[in-house]
Design a protein around this ligand. Structure first.
Ligand code: S3P
Length: 168
């Protein structure tokens, strides 16, 4: 990875993007830009509140704004993108044009389900987490693959091992 290149982690909820981003950023001496955290800081509301009050489309617009701003920052960072960031063609295009290195943290839906809690920032998993994660994985797999420069499988690996694979 180039010293002037952003490193972007993409992948499903529960793939470990935020945790791995912190480890990788420590090793590289970079800042972490964590999409959900930036959205919450900017709006003063939780992801759950935004979904409930304004709906998913409004949340996706914020997600795009945060991605575009992060990629435009001249100081190379480690960006933990939100899980849904690949859904929008404009976001995929922004990733491709930015010259960032994009790594997909790829996981089996069963792994994801065992990791995600009914976290405050995951209203989409309120109903049937495993079923939803299976459906979302099949909808998104090709999109993560499309944007990825590298793919790291996270099943049965500790965050530190995943971070090392990301840095390789
Ligand atoms: C989402 C992932 C979540 C959060 C929101 C929607 C998704 O972020 O942005 O609940 O559609 O995959 P994480 O991937 O950080 O959990």
């Amino acid at each position: 990875m180039g010293a002037d290149q952003h490193l972007v982690l993409v992948g499903m909820m529960g793939s470990g993007k935020s945790t791995v981003a912190r480890i990788v950023a420590d090793r590289l001496g970079r800042r972490v830009i964590d999409s959900d955290a930036v959205i919450e800081a900017r709006t003063g509301r939780t992801v759950r509140e935004i979904f409930a009050a304004d709906g998913e489309a409004a949340f996706r617009a914020l997600e795009t704004e945060v991605l575009v701003d992060a990629l435009a920052d001249p100081e190379p960072a480690v960006i933990a993108a939100a899980g849904g960031v690949v859904l929008s063609p404009a976001n995929r295009d922004a990733l491709a044009r930015s010259g960032a290195r994009v790594v997909w943290l790829c996981a089996d839906p069963a792994t994801l389900a065992s990791r995600v809690r009914h976290g405050v920032h995951r209203p989409l998993l309120d109903g049937d987490p495993l079923g939803t994660l299976q459906r979302m994985t099949s909808e998104r797999e090709a999109l993560y693959r499309e944007v990825a420069d590298a793919i790291v499988t996270v099943d049965n690996r500790a965050p530190v091992e995943v971070a090392e694979a990301v840095l390789r």
